[in-house]
Ligand binder design. Structure first.
Ligand SMILES: [Zn+2]
Length: 256
């Protein structure tokens, strides 16, 4: 378990995180599968309930650690998984615990070579992206959850890319605001925001596309990118990331 003392938390210790995932996967009879490398660090994914996916149930995609200076999401994802083994067995999940391990170790947004992964998901010339695309190829997705943080954040906020009229963001942010309030800035990262929600109805023009947009183009009907404020307490940020996953699955897919 994570220490309750935020000064003790080794949130940038990738090897410790992998050790925790390996122990969890062993207990849950799951496999932590390496699919790429960044410098000397393996990058992993986990898939659950393959047999249900083979019968047509779409995958629930969750990733963390795309930006290395955002250390709460990988731990929130781990703590969520540890608390929801039954749910993982009942539905097909595709989980990427840390997509940029060298950034996490170095506490940098980009990886060890200065590459911002979230501006390169449409660039298969990047080896990590090429390997990631091979893993997701051919998989029908129910939803994509992308876990992030913002050092300018004054609370939590959410990008919702959702073709449906049923907006999820307000309900999700109501759940997460019990732990960390919403970021109520009217403009966030150059975009109009309302009570922490940034809705995308149209794909923005970008040469370097982020993960959420590539997942949308891949066919995910809903992608949610959650941002917690990285200057807040690590323990609260981990808790709010875990709550975001729970709340998203509940409101989007009815899963508890
Ligand atoms: Zn980020």
């Amino acid at each position: 378990m994570a220490s309750s003392n935020p000064y003790d938390h080794r949130s940038h210790d990738y090897r410790l995180l992998v050790k925790r995932w390996k122990a969890f996967c062993k207990d849950a009879k799951l496999k932590l599968q390496p699919f790429a490398c960044s410098a000397e660090e393996h990058i992993y994914f986990i898939e659950t309930a393959r047999e249900l996916a083979a019968q047509g149930e779409p995958w629930i995609y969750i990733s963390a650690g795309v930006h290395g200076d955002e250390s709460a999401p990988p731990w929130g994802l781990l703590e969520w998984a540890e608390a929801h083994v039954d749910l993982l067995r009942r539905h097909p999940f595709l989980i990427f615990p840390v997509l940029n391990p060298t950034g996490l170790i170095l506490n940098t947004r980009a990886d060890y070579a200065g590459m911002d992964l979230n501006r390169n998901f449409n660039h298969p010339s990047e080896p990590v992206v090429a390997s990631w695309r091979k893993v997701i190829k051919g998989r029908k997705l129910a939803i994509g959850l992308c876990l992030h943080e913002d050092y300018d954040g004054q609370g939590c906020y959410l990008y919702e890319l959702n073709g449906s009229k049923h907006i999820l963001g307000e309900r999700i942010l109501a759940d997460t605001s019990v732990l960390i309030p919403k970021d109520c800035r009217k403009r966030i990262d150059g975009r109009a925001a309302k009570a922490g929600l940034i809705r995308r109805k149209v794909i923005p023009e970008m040469t370097g596309q982020p993960e959420a947009i590539v997942l949308h183009l891949h066919g995910a009907p809903i992608t949610l990118t959650f941002e917690s404020p990285s200057e807040f307490c690590i323990v609260e940020r981990i808790a709010v990331q875990k709550r975001f996953i729970e709340s998203s699955l509940k409101h989007a897919l009815g899963l508890t």
